[in-house]
Write a protein that binds this ligand. Structure first.
Ligand code: THU
Length: 125
């Protein structure tokens, strides 16, 4: 599984985005250590604070299927530069030790960072 393939799956899931309030579509795909992929999109709610980001949708789908070991997560949106995950999603990535984050946009721009780079001094129990 190449980074480009994972980005492409995230791009497909972005099409499922339920974002009538922001009109900002996001897609994500997480790759497990066993080579499985779980995709997700952002899902908004009329009570705005209940919105779930694409990254957390993908991670929670994987975890709810019993996955615990991850290799990478790709996220894509129509941003100016590669789409950078929000702080809440970074903490979820930290708890599930997702080591590599691949950020992309619809123009084909890609940036890869380690979780330590995205969330230095992460909280953990
Ligand atoms: N969003 C994501 O899905 N992922 C991010 O990393 C940033 C924000 C979503 C939440 C909301 O539906 C919309 O983008 C605008 O904030």
């Amino acid at each position: 599984m190449t980074d480009e393939e994972l980005i492409d799956i995230a791009r497909q899931y972005r099409k499922h985005s339920y974002s009538p309030y922001s009109r900002f579509k996001v897609g994500a795909a997480v790759l497990t250590a066993g080579g499985k992929i779980y995709g997700g999109c952002n899902i908004e709610n009329s009570s705005y604070g209940l919105t779930v980001c694409a990254e957390r949708t993908a991670i929670f789908k994987a975890v709810s299927e019993g996955e615990r070991e991850f290799e990478a997560l790709a996220v894509i949106a129509g941003t100016e530069g590669p789409c950078s995950p929000c702080g809440a999603c970074r903490q979820v990535m930290a708890d599930f030790r997702i080591p590599r984050i691949i950020m992309a946009n619809l123009r084909g721009e890609v940036k890869t960072a380690s979780l330590a780079e995205l969330l230095p001094f992460a909280f953990g129990l």
